[in-house]
Ligand binder design. Structure first.
Ligand code: SF4
Length: 103
């Protein structure tokens, strides 16, 4: 997998790849209830659509539709961090394989 430099990453040029990760909600989070899924065992997470993205993603511009209310984990996710770049690399690889399969 190719590795990007931290400075090469920008949310404005990303398909909101971090918004495909499981977002575990903290007790202090206050997000609209219809966007929350309760897992077996009682843990609350952000609901995800069939496409894999968080249900709060606005697909018209791949941004968070509840930005000012976004969960704690989302606030802490650092653009360009090693985790961010690793998820972006995985996403690019998935897309490359999907494109190869449809040709
Ligand atoms: S709540 Fe917003 S920032 Fe967090 S994963 Fe969902 S769309 Fe992304």
């Amino acid at each position: 997998m190719s590795t990007e430099k931290r400075s090469e990453v920008s949310c404005s040029r990303c398909d909101a790849v971090c918004c495909r990760l499981t977002v575990v909600l903290m007790p202090e989070d206050d997000v609209p209830r219809h966007l929350v899924e309760r897992m077996d065992g009682g843990m609350d997470v952000m609901r995800r659509g069939e496409d894999g993205w968080c249900a709060a993603v606005d697909h018209s511009n791949m941004s968070c539709s509840i930005y000012s209310q976004r969960p704690t984990i989302c606030r802490k996710f650092a653009m360009g961090s090693a985790y961010c770049r690793s998820e972006r690399a995985k996403y690019r690889e998935e897309r490359r394989i999907e494109m190869a399969l449809v040709q």
